[in-house]
Ligand binder design. Structure first.
Ligand code: THU
Length: 308
């Protein structure tokens, strides 16, 4: 099946009533309010979500780059007659990344869909979506989105590059599960010499969570920290970046050792949150940049010699 293509633009909406009025004034047809629940699963490639709406469901597989200009996306839709059963099956097989629940007012103008979205936990957004016929070079779709964007006054400072799932994850939607995984890993630590059990959990760029425990060795320097074990799990599962970190131990305030700060910084940006946890949960959250200021990184290395 040919994937379908869209040109899309999304922005925060400080005044949905005014946007609705502007859309109607621009000639948009009001198609009413839909209640939608999107469940995102931990897919190996691209993104996979189940959309439930008015008792029906569809499975949507897609790729999309996070960008602030109007972006293109390709996706495949599959009708789902029994969304509850499919959600349970995919959750068991792949794991759920996050759920996005929203009320969506749908308007359509000149084949461009206008979504006025009220998203649980995030607030109000306006989204423009031009669905392209298979033969289109997308120029007409970009032009329509640009024109409508002007009519609705969607300024650059309001444009949001990320999807709702990523925004919810950044806002802490995976934090409890991440902490729970760190707790389970801590319970499995192998630390007979120090008797200091540590668990760590990491969220990767696809929303998947990976855990590790410290693994000690009779030859003491050969032991591995929990964070290092978790990095190995993330890389082995296909992850390439760390977006959120939890470390847990039963001490006043556990922090990653110096070596682990360096290893985490190889895959995590300085603004990534590090939750420092006791067995009951998060005690303090800091950023990796706070833990490793002025860190050494690949950018400090000389350029590689060109191949002979
Ligand atoms: N350890 C970790 O796994 N992570 C930390 O953040 C601090 C220290 C481990 C290493 C060793 O197995 C034990 O804790 C005592 O140092």
């Amino acid at each position: 099946m040919q994937p379908r293509r869209n040109v899309e633009l999304k922005g925060r909406d400080p005044d949905p009533a005014a946007t609705l009025a502007a859309a109607l004034a621009a000639g948009a047809q009001d198609h009413g309010v839909l209640r939608q629940r999107d469940t995102y699963f931990a897919a190996r490639e691209g993104r996979l979500k189940l959309r439930e709406q008015d008792g029906g469901g569809e499975l949507i597989a897609y790729e999309r780059a996070d960008r602030t200009d109007a972006r293109e996306s390709a996706y495949t839709l599959v009708a789902v007659p029994d969304p509850d059963a499919l959600r349970a099956a995919l959750d068991a097989a792949l794991g759920t990344v996050v759920e996005v629940v929203k009320r969506r007012r749908l308007l359509i103008r000149d084949e461009v869909r206008i979504h006025l979205d009220d998203v649980d936990g995030l607030g109000d957004f306006v989204e423009l979506e031009a669905v392209a016929p298979p033969t289109s070079d997308l120029a007409a779709e970009h032009a329509k989105v640009a024109e409508l964007r002007g009519a609705l006054g969607l300024s650059d400072d309001r444009v949001v590059a990320q999807g709702y799932a990523a925004l919810l994850l950044e806002a802490g939607a995976a934090r409890e599960r991440l902490v729970g995984l760190a707790r389970t890993a801590m319970g499995r630590a192998r630390a007979p010499y120090s008797r200091f059990d540590v668990g760590a959990a990491l969220r990767d760029e696809a929303g998947r969570l990976h855990a590790g425990a410290n693994v000690e060795n009779a030859s003491y320097p050969e032991g591995s920290c929990a964070e290092t074990s978790a990095i190995g799990a993330l890389v082995a599962a296909g992850g390439t970046a760390i977006r959120e970190i939890a470390v847990m131990a039963d001490t006043e305030l556990v922090t990653p050792c110096g070596g682990c700060r360096q290893r985490l910084a190889e895959l995590a940006a300085p603004d990534v949150a590090v939750h420092l946890c006791g067995p009951e949960g998060v005690r303090r959250t800091v950023t990796l940049g706070e833990l490793l200021p002025l860190g050494f990184a690949a950018a400090d290395l000389p350029p590689a010699e060109p191949a002979a």
